[in-house]
Design a protein around this ligand. Structure first.
Ligand code: HQG
Length: 181
């Protein structure tokens, strides 16, 4: 599978596992899982033939670990980024002193006013490193990196969760915890 094919299938999987499993006629468990066999069969039926081997390549080769297999390897789910209602079961965790959020200039006025909001996702996504935040921000234009005083937020009672791929999640970030460049 070449890089272009991998990217295309990874996008397809993101769409099905985060947003619309019904588009290929399948359902997810409350924790977001689907049986690998059911996924492969449904994908084939909907014109996206996919082998177990390709799926493994996507799951393990993905730089951002968007997907995970269950321990027995029989099920798969997305690690984060859902718009569907799923309970991923991540434990609340204590964040580092600061975390970073990558965004773009045109959103700054609104963020200054309203803070960071989760928009269509379940959480606001925060990064451990400025590099990651820069890459996230670059998806939408010239990146701007915001520094979030996450420890202070946590001490004030805001819950944080961390995904297996070190993305930190929280409900929202009020403006006074954000340091703008
Ligand atoms: C912005 C990708 C105006 C926010 C990435 C962001 C990440 C506001 C956009 C993951 C705002 C939402 C998440 C406000 C937030 N006013 N704009 N009050 N509050 N925003 O994609 O964090 O490829 O939902 O700054 O790599 O960009 O999906 O969130 O620009 O890890 O695996 O609204 O998605 O990963 O955009 O990205 P998103 P995000 P995947």
């Amino acid at each position: 599978m070449n890089a272009e094919q991998t990217k295309r299938l990874s996008k397809f999987l993101s769409y099905v596992l985060r947003h619309d499993p019904g588009s290929i006629g399948v359902e997810l468990s409350p924790a977001g899982w689907i049986a690998v066999d059911a996924l492969l069969t449904a994908s084939r039926k909907h014109g996206k033939p996919l082998s177990r081997e390709q799926l493994e390549q996507i799951v393990h080769g993905n730089d951002k670990q968007r997907f995970a297999f269950s321990e027995d390897g029989l099920q798969i789910r997305a690690n984060q980024g859902h718009s569907l209602s799923v309970d991923l079961g991540y434990e609340p965790a204590q964040p580092p002193e600061v975390l970073y959020h990558g965004t773009t200039h045109k959103f700054l006025d609104s963020i200054r006013q309203h803070g960071l909001q989760k928009r269509s996702r379940h959480h606001v996504h925060l990064s451990v490193t400025q590099e990651t935040a820069a890459a996230v921000g670059a998806r939408r234009g010239k990146p701007t990196i915001l520094t979030i005083r996450s420890r202070e937020m946590h001490e004030a009672g805001c819950a944080f969760y961390v995904t297996p791929n070190q993305v930190w999640l929280t409900e929202e970030v009020p403006p006074h915890y954000i340091e703008f460049p």
